[in-house]
Design a protein around this ligand. Structure first.
Ligand code: PHE
Length: 462
């Protein structure tokens, strides 16, 4: 990812991306991450396979599309990150709350995101040491995450890398590496997916993942798909306001949105094809594996790699790329968090980093230990990590998205956004855009919030 140099901004004009490629790479770097490779397959496995996929795709091209366009256009119009962008339109309590909820979400995600990033780093390390066959063993993952000291250690390793990049300001370097790593990730994902899909017994998994079966549909399918859409596209959390604010006027917002969506979805699909058929080929599609949740990728992929005969080599390359994708996303989360603190609370960058380090340490460590020494700490029946994931994805992001809908529909008016978009393209999907912002989005958000409440109350099972 790359957020243009803040220094330039101090010297006068707000910095901007060099053009649409720079912008797409930055947004794609933020969007493509653990959400696609780790989170998407386990949710699809758990919440209805093909039905989940279909719901997800419909949401991406409607709700997701409208939200990306809104956030980017508002960012570009106001040249501000979320708190400032809301303030641009008014100083009422709603405007303050709307800006801040967008700004706080990344601060809550980055700690637990880094814990998963730590798991990835640990797996990479083990593959480098040549431990492919023990990683493929049944109990490996379970015993690793219950070893809290070890999980904490790898979480810290990941977190230190993130801070090092943020402090050293080597983001431009990252943009250059992205150009190589992202295509490589695609190629490797295709290779592994083809291998996975052609294993004996995998076909059942391909069918489960790709063919919608209405039997598998439930409210939870929609709730999970919507949370995932926010998460994977990096929307409803202020990131795209910030990125939009660096965007030049002549860059076509519609086109870049489409490209980012296609890329992000393609990676998620490939990850699904790597993981879900493998569950059927290697574990016979057992329900407990399908429902494994956050551990799914770490349980099935090592089995796939090991069976390839050169598991260590594939494991090293694969986890290196996942680590890279995770880092670019974590950096975008951290960068937005730090810039909110510096812009809004008047902190200098160092102080902002120190505060975020404290947040990371508290929430990250609590998440890291939640499967081991702190497994007695549960919030509403969830481990700390699951709770933070639930709180941000199923409660706060819908609220943040709702705030954006109100800002657009009631405060600015859809026409204002349309005007901004039309500065750089024809806005062909304006009708769809208006419909989503006025009707579809509020209804979906109501559904997700009611279901979240119902699940907390124990009325439905998440
Ligand atoms: N979209 C990223 C992913 O899929 C996660 C992320 C969320 C990054 C929010 C930045 C902001 O992994």
């Amino acid at each position: 990812m790359s957020i243009p140099d803040k220094k330039k901004e101090k010297q006068g004009k707000r910095a901007s991306f060099s053009g649409s490629l720079g912008y797409i790479l930055a947004v794609a770097g933020s969007a493509v991450g653990l959400g696609n490779i780790w989170r998407f397959p386990y949710l699809a496995a758990k919440y209805g396979g093909g039905m989940f996929l279909l719901t997800y795709l419909v949401l991406v091209v409607t709700f997701g599309y409208a939200l990306i366009v809104s956030e980017t256009a508002i960012g570009r119009k106001t040249r501000k990150s979320p708190v400032g962008a809301y303030r641009f339109f008014g100083t009422s309590g709603f405007m303050k709350a709307g800006g801040w909820i967008n700004a706080v979400i990344p601060m809550l995600i980055v700690p637990y995101y880094s814990v998963i990033g730590g798991w990835v780093t640990k797996y990479l390390f083990e593959y480098i040491k040549g431990n492919s066959s023990s990683l493929a063993g049944d109990g490996y993952f379970g015993s690793f995450i219950s070893d809290s000291a070890n999980v904490e250690l790898w979480f810290l390793v990941f977190a230190v890398i993130v801070f090092a990049v943020i402090l050293a300001g080597v983001k431009n370097g990252i943009e250059r590496i992205s150009k190589v790593m992202m295509p490589l990730l695609v190629v490797l994902a295709v290779v592994v997916a083809v291998y996975s899909v052609t294993r004996p017994g995998a076909l059942e998994g391909v069918k489960y993942f790709l063919i919608p079966n209405f039997k598998n549909f439930s409210v939870m399918t929609v709730v999970a798909a919507m949370g995932q859409m926010f998460y994977s596209l990096s929307i409803a959390m202020g990131i795209l306001y910030t990125y939009g604010s660096y965007l030049k006027e002549d860059v076509d917002i519609e086109k870049t949105t489409r490209q980012v969506e296609i890329f992000d979805t393609a990676i998620a699909l490939l990850a699904g094809l790597m993981v879900i058929p493998a569950v059927f080929a290697f574990s016979g599609g057992a329900p407990e594996t399908l429902n494994a949740g956050p551990s799914l990728m770490f349980i099935t992929l090592p089995k796939v790699f090991d069976s390839m005969g050169f598991g260590n080599a594939v494991g090293v390359v694969f986890f290196l790329m996942v680590l890279f994708a995770a880092l670019t996303s974590a950096i975008s989360l951290m960068e937005t968090s730090v810039s909110t603190l510096t812009d809004e609370l008047g902190f200098d960058r160092r102080k902002g980093c120190i505060l975020m380090a404290a947040v990371m340490l508290v929430f990250g460590s609590a998440s890291a230990m939640g499967f081991g020494v702190w497994d007695f700490v549960t919030i509403l029946g969830m481990s700390v990590l699951d709770f933070l994931d639930f709180l941000t994805n199923s409660v706060m992001m819908p609220v943040a998205a709702f705030a954006t809908c109100i800002l657009v529909v009631r405060v600015m008016g859809c026409s204002e956004v349309a005007k901004e978009v039309r500065r750089s393209s024809a806005f062909k999907r304006e009708k769809l855009y208006r419909f989503v912002m006025r009707y579809l989005a509020p209804v979906c958000i109501a559904v997700i919030l009611l279901s979240s409440i119902a699940s907390v109350m124990g009325w439905i099972q998440m």
